[in-house]
Ligand binder design. Structure first.
Ligand SMILES: NC(=O)CCC(=O)C(=O)O
Length: 265
């Protein structure tokens, strides 16, 4: 499987419309890849809280249209990162979109864990409630967004639902870069899964972004890692490694907790 992880620079001096055009053209350049992954809230920036309401879109809004077309032009599976989604009957959501190579929506995932404690995203957006997996030829994606990375139970739930490649679409800040790398590797090792983690570069709302998107294999080895700036990280991996790792080191079968009924020692 060939994946392109597009670590977009999200800076205030570029308009949303111009960034949308630029990202669509970057996606088109990935023709030949099997999977392309974009970061969280790359239209506004994950920390540009004041922009969420201004730039919120219906699910099938301008970003959806541009990304559906880019996926079909390139003939790739596209995890198009997330948008601030305006639900006509509810609050805003931080919603990730996945398109098939024919440009059809294959999945939408509303971020479950909102960041900001008692401000920012945590108060401006509603919480998603459903785990989402997407079957691709050769692997099953499990979807997550940024702060979700800190909640291992979400990833274990995705694995229980069949996920083998855990995608983390993020806008992670430079200040906590060490957590990003450590948690991405931990999620890969404990779930014996690939982790494809795509962050943003640049600075928006005064928050420098970490960059350093990373792809980790089920043994915890780093297959590819980006630098701090905008970059397209390309990587080839064998999805069959999930099954061999789980067979050769069957730790997932030794779970004692969280299974019904509880296993006896
Ligand atoms: N956009 C986010 O979810 C930021 C998460 C973050 O900064 C952290 O977990 O640390």
């Amino acid at each position: 499987m060939r994946a392109s992880v597009i670590q977009i620079a999200v800076d205030e001096d570029e308009s949303v419309e111009s960034r949308r055009r630029r990202v669509a053209s970057l996606v088109r350049e990935q023709a030949g890849a099997d999977l392309v992954v974009l970061p969280e809230l790359w239209t506004t920036g994950a920390f540009a809280y004041e922009e969420f309401g201004r730039e919120a879109e219906p699910l099938e809004g301008p970003t959806y249209e541009a990304m559906a077309k880019a996926a079909s032009d390139a003939g790739v599976w596209l995890h198009a990162g997330s948008i601030p989604e305006r639900d006509p009957d509810g609050p805003l959501y931080n919603t990730s979109l996945v398109f098939s190579p024919s440009g059809d929506l294959a999945a939408a995932y509303r971020k479950i864990h909102r960041f900001g404690f008692d401000k920012g995203e945590a108060v401006l957006m509603g919480a998603g409630a459903e785990l989402v997996t997407v079957r691709l030829p050769g692997t099953v994606l499990g979807l997550s967004t940024c702060y979700d990375l800190r909640f291992p139970e979400l990833f274990r739930g995705l694995v229980d639902a069949g996920a083998e490649t855990l995608v983390v679409s993020a806008g992670w800040p430079e200040r906590r870069r060490s957590h990003w790398t450590l948690l991405a590797q931990a999620r890969a090792v404990e779930n014996q899964s690939f982790v494809v983690a795509c962050g943003t570069a640049g600075t928006h709302a005064g928050v420098p972004q970490a960059g350093h998107s990373i792809v980790v294999d089920p043994w915890g080895e780093v297959l590819a890692r980006a630098g701090a700036d905008e970059e397209v990280l390309t990587v080839e991996f064998d999805p069959g490694k999930v099954a061999t790792t789980r067979e050769q080191f069957p730790a997932l079968k030794d779970r004692m907790l969280g299974l019904e009924p509880p296993r006896r020692p």
